[in-house]
Design a binder for this molecule. Structure first.
Ligand code: DAK
Length: 257
């Protein structure tokens, strides 16, 4: 499928989704959000894709936020629809049955920070700046940032980021657990290194483990533990479980499809 604002590619079991509006620092218009959602659905269903990397074109920004020019004219109803569009797209990304890595090279602000939060792993170049500056515009994060950010870094830091609008540098982002890795340059290369490690393992087990973590985080602890057991049972209906354990006992590497 061809998109206007998203470049989709596939290489070595990795799917790439590049947000391609570099003149506007990859700001998120309704078109970008709609196409991003469709691209994510496509990557989710593609069995050849084991890991997805999301990045931004142009070398200056991952995404500098929701499109302020488009939002400036919105009434309350349109703003609600826009927020729901972004939230639905980000939920699609969060729920993908494969690992999604955000490769951040530059600004990840507002909706861009929220997009990175919907991914499973974040890698940032040292020049990156991450923040939720929406309160400088008279609004607050509307693509689930007020929900995902405190879950990742805790409410103290999340509320500070919300209220001060401070852009956090890459090293600080690593210290507070907002990103997994900081690299000098080329975060896509680091994401590919992680993808290569991930691709050696069982895709069905990763999908179930990710689902167990995502859904379990919404539950009270003991319910989450029960849920884990139910999904663990499902792992035993897969070919990968038979192959993985047989390979171990036969002292050979597992050959997952
Ligand atoms: N939207 C639209 N255009 C943007 C943009 C954005 N978020 N960010 C940058 N651009 C455009 C600039 O307007 C400029 O366009 P031209 O003037 O060249 O036409 C071009 O990208 C280059 O930007 P600058 O000239 O400003 O570049 P600098 O290097 O000087 O500065 C910057 C880079 C990232 C520091 C600066 O551009 C900046 O501060 N950008 C805005 C960052 C920001 O505030 N992001 C948060 C956006 S608000 C909700 C739904 C969603 C949201 C909230 C509520 N509901 C519906 C309830 C989410 C909101 C956001 O994400």
């Amino acid at each position: 499928m061809d998109f206007n604002t998203i470049i989709c590619e596939k290489k070595n079991k990795v799917g790439y989704m590049t947000i391609n509006r570099p003149k506007a620092l990859n700001a998120l218009s309704a078109e970008v959000l709609t196409e991003l959602g469709k691209a994510a659905e496509m990557m989710a269903e593609d069995d050849e894709v084991k890991v997805v990397i999301i990045t931004g074109a142009g070398g200056k920004a991952f995404v500098a936020g929701a499109d302020i020019a488009a939002m400036q004219k919105m009434n309350a109803e349109e703003a609600y629809d826009f927020a729901r569009l972004g939230q639905t797209t980000y939920n699609t990304i969060q729920d993908m049955p494969k690992i999604v890595i955000a490769a951040i090279d530059g600004f990840a602000l507002g909706g861009g920070c929220e997009l990175a939060l919907a991914c499973d792993i974040r890698v940032a170049s040292v020049k990156s700046k991450i923040g939720i500056p929406e309160v400088t515009l008279g609004v607050f994060p509307g693509f689930a940032g007020t929900q995902r950010l405190p879950r990742l870094v805790g409410t103290g830091i999340a509320k500070e980021m919300l209220a001060t609008a401070r852009k956090v540098g890459a090293d600080e982002a690593k210290t507070i657990g907002l990103v997994n890795y900081v690299v000098e340059e080329n975060p896509v290369a680091k994401a590919e290194e992680l993808a290569e490690m991930i691709c050696k393992n069982s895709a069905s087990a990763i999908a179930l483990g990710k689902r167990s973590m995502n859904e379990g985080m919404e539950m009270e602890l003991k319910k989450g533990i029960e849920h884990e057991a139910a999904l663990f049972g499902i792992a035993f209906t897969t070919e990968d479980q038979r192959e993985g354990m047989t390979a171990f006992l036969e002292k050979r590497p597992a050959n997952f499809k």
